[in-house]
Design a protein around this ligand. Sequence first.
Ligand SMILES: C[S@@+](CC[C@H](N)C(=O)[O-])C[C@H]1O[C@@H](n2cnc3c(N)ncnc32)[C@H](O)[C@@H]1O
Length: 193
Amino acid sequence: MRMSELQFPPRPTALAQDLLRPLIAAGDLVIDATAGNGHDTLFLAECVGATGRVLAFDVQAAALAAAGKLLGDAGFSDRVSFFQESHGNMEAHAAVESVNVIMFNLGYLPGEDHALTTEMSETLVALEAATSLLKSGGVLSVVCYPGHPAGAIEADAVERWLSAKTAGGWRVAKYGAVGTRRPAPYLLVGWKR
Ligand SMILES: C[S@@+](CC[C@H](N)C(=O)[O-])C[C@H]1O[C@@H](n2cnc3c(N)ncnc32)[C@H](O)[C@@H]1O
């Protein structure tokens, strides 16, 4: 294949799925912390199979309706529990150290109310919750959008929060385009040891 036929650099959302796919096994418990239109929820439901479970969170009814339809059309409704709740509440729905993978895709839902965006302080609460829910060996992915002022502040806070996890033995990586006119979205990945 030629580079001209590829999406390059890869979109961070696609890269997150490519990195996580081989790490998720049938029967796993996983979380989509920002369900939105359900693209990551669908990806996770495919990965965990009929014996696995996906917990999916969003604060917007419109998002959960769209995601629910997508999963229903795919025949995966019985693998997913949707919660119209903040991801900051995820600890109420899973046991400590029971979750294999947790995905966050920050920002707002394209086409919907841009005011309903993820918010730095709540994102950090949710990341702490995610830390306690992840198994040892589990993986956290976060797609960040530094292209607008609030997104840049949130992205920077998340990157600093995740970088600090290396002191506790986590391995952390950052992937994204450089040299763009506006700061490009990027993917952070953390492996809990
Ligand atoms: C970029 S969109 C997610 C896109 C989604 N992953 C997809 O594939 O369509 C971010 C989502 O986060 C949701 N959100 C904002 N604050 C939230 C919170 N505190 N808890 C859970 N979801 C939240 C928004 O409603 C929005 O749907």
